[in-house]
Design a protein around this ligand. Structure first.
Ligand SMILES: [Zn+2]
Length: 421
């Protein structure tokens, strides 16, 4: 316990750390039997935070901190790198060190004393975030209050707004986010942004062909080839979820699409299935109900990669039931289906497709409710001929060109439709 407290207050390097540590120990010891904790505010007018937890993934992360007494708070955002600052009255952080083990949207969490009467939490984020909900409410068991906040992944643009709109200067720092990212370019129109997502990576190798080909290498090579083809079109911005051999959790991939306000996301795969004769490309869009057993099985397989890589399972987020989000989702689905058709029109007659080449299933990586998304299975590593093609640079370039053309066609359709409105 002593070591834990010392490490926590160390973060801000103030002399108050040591003083508070002594106070913290005194209070923690004094309050350790819960029955004695009923008097609310801890000694010396400090607030005692006696428990904390964190849950969620890179799309939404919830933090809960239990206080003996009702705390006031204020929230600020800092850029470069993205951080959320929560200022609190003098607080003794009496919970275990590992209670706020970084996860989801936060890669580091520090907390400690800031000076007389003030404490601070600094949450370093993996990318742009916004606190969508923050509240202090009485705990159900009547023991104190609970500070709860939900961080959600947001876009670079929105985060820059949050930083610049706040009337606040961090003490002793000149690093203010006055460098607002202008993605509009000289024309004032945001470039059409495509997030290409090479499936798997790092410890998650994906499928393996009979000749030893690993899916993660195939997907990266194709994503880079598609990006190179797309670069020939004007006013298009391409973002890859990974450019090297690394593991990214599924929610992290969706988060990147949101960060860049993607107009569409294309996840690239080359899986294997139990039937070695099945070959050809398939295009998948998101659906709660799978179109067939093969699609259901593939989605199950794809959705389990986080588990294989040791990422804690995500609990269902409450926003699924949100009606507004549902409307956006339906509209996005229509766009996704349009995109799938455009891709299949472009591939048909040029490369081999499987029967019923547009299929549906509940792929986690397609769950951005506001980004038209699809998953392309280029072929199956479980089939020898497909494996050979997937390793053939000429076939790769031809297919990449067709996919880039399909994306460009889809973009033109959207712009035409928007002009007609
Ligand atoms: Zn895959």
């Amino acid at each position: 316990m002593i070591g834990v407290g010392a490490r926590k207050t160390h973060g801000f390097g103030s002399g108050w750390g040591a003083a508070l540590l002594v106070a913290a120990l005194a209070v923690v010891i004094a309050l350790s039997p819960p029955a004695q904790a009923a008097d609310g505010v801890a000694k010396g007018d400090s607030h005692l935070a006696f428990a904390a937890r964190i849950a969620g993934d890179q799309m939404r992360t919830r933090v809960v901190i239990d206080f003996e007494s009702e705390p006031s708070y204020s929230v600020h955002y800092l850029d470069d790198p993205a951080r959320v600052i929560i200022d609190l009255p003098e607080t003794i952080f009496g919970f275990d060190d590992d209670a706020l083990e970084p996860r989801g949207l936060f890669r580091a969490i520090r907390y400690g004393a800031m000076g007389p009467g003030r404490s601070r939490m600094v949450l370093s984020a993996v990318g742009p975030v916004e606190l969508e909900m923050m509240t202090v409410e009485p705990r159900e068991d009547g023991r104190g209050h609970r500070l709860v906040f939900d961080a959600v992944a947001t876009s670079d643009r929105r985060f820059a707004e949050l930083v610049s709109q706040q009337d606040w200067q961090p003490t002793g720092s000149t690093a203010q986010g006055d460098e607002v990212v202008d993605t509009n370019g000289p024309t004032g129109r945001k470039p059409f942004t495509i997030v290409l997502d090479p499936g798997h990576g790092g410890i998650d190798t994906g499928a393996r062909g009979q000749a030893g080909t690993e899916e993660k290498d195939v997907t990266l090579a194709f994503a880079k080839a598609i990006a190179a083809e797309l670069a020939t079109f004007e006013n298009i911005r391409v973002v890859l979820t990974r450019e090297d051999d690394r593991f990214i959790p599924l929610a992290g991939r969706v988060r990147i699409a949101r960060q860049h306000e993607a107009d569409l996301m294309m996840s690239v795969h080359a899986d294997s299935i139990r039937l070695p004769d099945i070959r050809g490309a398939t295009v998948y869009t998101l659906s709660d109900k799978a179109s067939d057993r093969m699609a259901a099985e593939l989605a199950r397989q794809e959705n389990s990669v986080d588990e294989l890589a040791g990422v804690a399972a995500t609990e269902e987020t409450a926003d699924v039931a949100d009606i507004l989000m549902d409307l956006t989702r339906r509209e996005t689905q229509v766009f996704s289906i349009g995109l799938a058709r455009s891709v299949l029109d472009s591939l048909r007659g040029e490369i081999r497709l499987i029967n019923n080449a547009h299929r549906f299933a509940g792929f986690s990586v397609l769950r951005a409710h506001d980004v038209p998304s699809l998953l392309v299975e280029l072929g199956y590593l479980s089939n020898r001929q497909d494996e050979r093609l997937l390793n053939d640079p000429a076939w790769r370039q031809q297919t990449a060109r067709l996919l880039a053309k399909a994306i460009q066609h889809f973009r033109e359709q959207i712009y035409t439709a928007a002009k007609d409105l």
